[in-house]
Design a binder for this molecule. Structure first.
Ligand code: C2E
Ligand code: MG
Ligand code: MG
Ligand code: MG
Length: 287
C-alpha cells in the first residue's frame, strides 16, 4: 500500500487575502523546485475490460513525493500549476514520462493482449495545454522515441476545461487524432452541455464520472443513466469507460448494462510503475 496522501495546505490566517496570495506564491515556488528536484511522479491505475477483468491500459496520475516522504495528491497541486505557466512544462513532462513507462509496461502485457490491441496509457490534459505549441511535437517525439503506436497514447480532457475553449479544443483534438492518438472526455456527465461536446468534438470515447456509478447502486434512476450513456457511446462508435468501480457488484452492473471498460479501486488503485508491472506479470501467471 502507498502511504496515505497528506495535506500540504499551509496554515493561513482566516479571511486574510494577503496571506492567501502569499500561500499560493509559496506553493508555486515549492512546486517549481519539486519539478527541478524530480519529486513529481506518475502512478498508474489499471483500466480493465469488463467481463474478463483483463488490463487493457493504465491512466497516468501525478503524485508529488516530498523530501520527507509524504505523497501529495494532484488535487492539491495541479491547480497551482494551472494558475502559472508551469503547467505547460509539467504537461510535457507527463507525456514523455508516460510514454517511457508505457514502453516498459507493454513488454509485460504482450502475452495477455486481447484482440491484438497493444496496451495503452491515458494522460490528463489541462485546458491550458490546448494552447501549447509544443504539445504536438512532444507527443510525436514521445511516440517515436519509445517506438509506440500512436493509438497507445490517449488524452483525457475534461468538460469544464472545454467550455471556454471549444475552438481551440476542436483544433487540438483534430491534430492529435491526425497523429493517431485517441482523445476521450473525462468525468463525462458532470459538467454542463456534455451532449454538445460529444456533438461538436470528434472524440473517441468518454469516461463516465464516478458519481453516476455510486448512485447506480442506490437508485434505479442512476442505473438507467449508466445504461443510457453506454448505449449513447455505442451509437456514436465511441468507447465508454466506467470510472470509480469500487465493488464487484458495480463491476457486474456496468458489464450487464453494456459498458466495455472499467476503472476503480475494485480493480486497483494508482500505483508506482514497478507495482503496475507486477500487476501485469500476475495476470500473465494467472493465464
Ligand atoms: P481524473 O482524471 O478523473 O482521475 C481519476 C481520479 O479518481 C484519481 O484521483 C483516482 O485515483 C480516483 N479514483 C480512481 N478510482 C476510484 C474509485 O474507485 N473511487 C474513488 N473514490 N476514486 C477513484 P487522483 O489521482 O487524486 O487525481 C485527481 C485528478 O487530478 C484527476 O482526476 C485529474 O483531473 C487530475 N490529474 C491527475 N494527474 C494529472 C496530470 O498529470 N495532469 C493533469 N492536468 N491533471 C491530472
Ligand atoms: Mg482522467
Ligand atoms: Mg475522471
Ligand atoms: Mg477529475
Amino acid at each position: 500500500e502507498n502511504p496515505a496522501p497528506t495535506s500540504i495546505a499551509p496554515a493561513t490566517e482566516p479571511g486574510s487575502v494577503g496571506s492567501l496570495a502569499l500561500t499560493r506564491l509559496r506553493l508555486e515556488r515549492a512546486i517549481a523546485e519539486a519539478i527541478e528536484r524530480e519529486e513529481l511522479e506518475l502512478f498508474y491505475q489499471p483500466i480493465v475490460r469488463l467481463g474478463g477483468g483483463h488490463v487493457v491500459g493504465f491512466e497516468a496520475l501525478a503524485r508529488w513525493r516530498r523530501s520527507d516522504g509524504t505523497l501529495v495528491p494532484p488535487g492539491e497541486f495541479i491547480w497551482v500549476l494551472e494558475d502559472s505557466k508551469l503547467i505547460l512544462e509539467f504537461g510535457r513532462w507527463v507525456i514523455r514520462k508516460a510514454a517511457a513507462d508505457l514502453r516498459k509496461l507493454d513488454a509485460h502485457h504482450q502475452p495477455i493482449r486481447v484482440d491484438d490491441e497493444p496496451l495503452f496509457c491515458s494522460v490528463n490534459l489541462s485546458v491550458r495545454q490546448f494552447g501549447d505549441p509544443e504539445l504536438l511535437p512532444v507527443l510525436r517525439a514521445a511516440l517515436a522515441d519509445h517506438a509506440l503506436q500512436a493509438g497507445q497514447l490517449r488524452l483525457e480532457i475534461t468538460e469544464s476545461g472545454l467550455l471556454n475553449n471549444l475552438n481551440a479544443a476542436l483544433e487540438l483534438i483534430e491534430q492529435c487524432r491526425a497523429l493517431g492518438c485517441r482523445v476521450v472526455v473525462d468525468d463525462f456527465g458532470t459538467g454542463y452541455s456534455s451532449l454538445w461536446y460529444l456533438h461538436s468534438l470528434p472524440v473517441d470515447g468518454l469516461k463516465l464520472d464516478r458519481a453516476f456509478l455510486q448512485d447506480s447502486t442506490r437508485s434505479d434512476r442512476g442505473l438507467r443513466i449508466v445504461r443510457a450513456v453506454g448505449r449513447l457511446a455505442a451509437d456514436l462508435d465511441m468507447s465508454a469507460i466506467a470510472e470509480g468501480i469500487e465493488t464487484p457488484e458495480q463491476a457486474a452492473i456496468c458489464h450487464d448494462l453494456g459498458l466495455d471498460y472499467g476503472q476503480g479501486y475494485y480493480f486497483g488503485r494508482a500505483v508506482p510503475l514497478a507495482q503496475a508491472q507486477a500487476l501485469l506479470r500476475r495476470q500473465v501467471a494467472d493465464l
